[in-house]
Design a protein around this ligand. Structure first.
Ligand code: NDP
Length: 288
């Protein structure tokens, strides 16, 4: 037929949103999921359910994967790996850059090409141009499929190294979860003091909004290895984090999260950085 078509494997919340975005744009979408019943509501919206992985793979040359991790890809593909020849696998599952590189080699050995993506959006952000997905892998494969991929989100191509998109993704997620969890901890302390998450919201947003400027200020200093304590000193930071831990304890709230931060500050001071900036703590992350 003349309709654009694609196969999507993996129908968790993300896979379902991906299928929905393709259907909205008039694509013919073949779907498969280990738990096949998850395809039923998508069939009602016009998706075609493949009854086997084989059928899903042979229906299209472009296969989008949205799985928990890369192990799931092997579980699905190993039994039918001789059918992968000529396929373009757009893998939007999260994992480590190393796992992604290994998978690209594994697929190349089976004459398939992998394009990897790190989706920087939650399922409701799929089908929205304001969301971004980072891609890496063969440039030509990316160029050939960019239009289709932009049905899902905007795209940002990072380079040929298949692990690169995932590396950038994981670096962002590193910050994301720690920051999101620190907010949850602050909410727990707030609630112990009779303040709701909604009442705290504006205050947390305020402090987060100061961060881009701070990051801009510190990034060139970190790159240059200058950690001068001209603006703030680690000893001050240590006292400040101690107050956060104590405030948490006074509220009867588990302080293990800020205590982990405190531990890094303490090690920095013990190494003689009391008069340096907190950025000197970058050395504490080196394994010795
Ligand atoms: P889920 O973990 O809910 O869905 C994962 C899918 O993987 C399911 O279809 C599941 O099948 C399948 N799966 C897992 N293990 C296996 C296996 N061994 N064999 C076969 N199939 C398997 O994740 P999401 O849909 O939420 O996310 C998918 C990917 O997108 C993840 O890598 C996630 O990190 C990433 N992502 C998700 C975001 C989100 O907000 N949800 C945001 C950004 C990225 P079954 O139904 O049978 O269990």
């Amino acid at each position: 037929g003349s309709r654009l078509s694609v196969t999507v494997i993996g129908l968790g919340p993300m896979g379902k949103a991906i299928v929905g975005a393709f259907l909205d744009k008039g694509y013919e979408v073949t779907v498969w999921n280990r738990t096949l019943s998850k395809a039923d509501d998508l069939m009602a919206k016009g998706a075609m359910k493949a009854s086997t992985v084989s059928e899903a793979i042979t229906s299209n040359d472009l296969i989008v994967l949205s799985l928990t991790d890369y192990r799931a890809m092997y579980a699905i593909f190993e039994p039918i790996s001789e059918q992968l020849t000529g396929k373009v696998i757009v893998n939007l599952s999260s994992d480590t850059p190393e796992k992604v590189r290994e998978a690209s080699e594994w697929l190349a050995e089976r004459n398939a090409v992998q394009l990897t993506g790190g989706v920087l959006a939650s399922p409701p952000g799929i089908g929205n141009k304001e969301s971004v997905t980072l891609y890496s892998g063969p440039r030509k494969t990316f160029d050939d499929h960019q239009n289709i991929l932009e049905v899902l989100t905007s795209t940002s191509y990072k380079g040929e190294d298949p692990g690169l998109a995932m590396l950038y993704y994981q670096l962002q997620i590193d910050v994301f979860w720690t920051a999101m969890l620190s907010n949850l901890h602050a909410v727990a302390v707030a609630r112990a003091n009779g303040i709701t998450a909604e009442q705290l919201l504006a205050y947390v947003s305020d402090i987060l909004s100061t961060m881009p400027k701070l990051l801009e200020f510190y990034a060139p200093r970190i790159d240059a290895g200058t950690h001068s304590g001209d603006v703030e000193k680690l000893a001050m930071g240590l006292a400040s984090v101690e107050h956060v831990v104590q405030t948490s304890n006074e509220a009867g709230i588990d302080a293990s999260l800020p205590a982990a931060v405190l531990d890094v500050f303490k090690r920095g001071v013990a190494r003689g950085h009391a008069g340096d900036s907190f950025t000197s703590l970058i050395d504490m992350f080196q394994k010795h």
